[in-house]
Design a protein around this ligand. Sequence first.
Ligand SMILES: [Zn+2]
Length: 234
Amino acid sequence: MAISRRSALRTSLLSSAGLLLAGGAATAASAAPAPAPAQAADPDAALTLLKEGNRRWRTFRQAHPHEDARRRAAAVEGQSPFALVLGCADSRVPTEHVFDRGVGDLFVTRSAGQVLDESVLGSIVYGVEHLHIPLIVVMGHASCGAVTAAVEAHESGQVPEGHVGYLVEQLLPVVEATPDSGDDFVDDCISANALDIAEALRADPELSGHVDSGDLRIVAARYELDGSAVNFLD
Ligand SMILES: [Zn+2]
């Protein structure tokens, strides 16, 4: 009896969830065009999908694709993400939200200031070599605390100790190479850092062949907290 009650309850909950999902889909359909399925895409098609998703996000017309039960069940069998995003750990820049994407769409690597180290590089190369991802976006963002800390270290000559000091040291070269423009200096360093990391990835011996053959495109971008837009820098 208990089992049957639980079973009935579960059926009822699933029905409610189904109704909610159906309702959500109907709302999304009226608010935004249905997103294309995220299968293996070429670099330009992948970039278009990201731009369309960010347009939905910044205009509050998200479609919330690929969050339903069918997609989650399909994800058990494997993944075929269409883009890799290397972003900052900052909680104000949630990658799937920013591009209005769901389960299995994006291969995401995050570290403060998008700092590259061996584990980040290993993750990226895995995504390209084994998952055949055609697009990498290196995404900095406005008001990045890691870049700001590197600018402060550059100005004061004091590098923080410990693991945070490691991050700052990785960011110092691009800060030192960026002309000091006064009030815009931190902002300029944020853009320069994203561009610099994208360039480093394009030059990486394990990635450059894919770039040269046209299988892989690597672009730099920055996310503006004010307005929620992703601006592509190159
Ligand atoms: Zn940041």
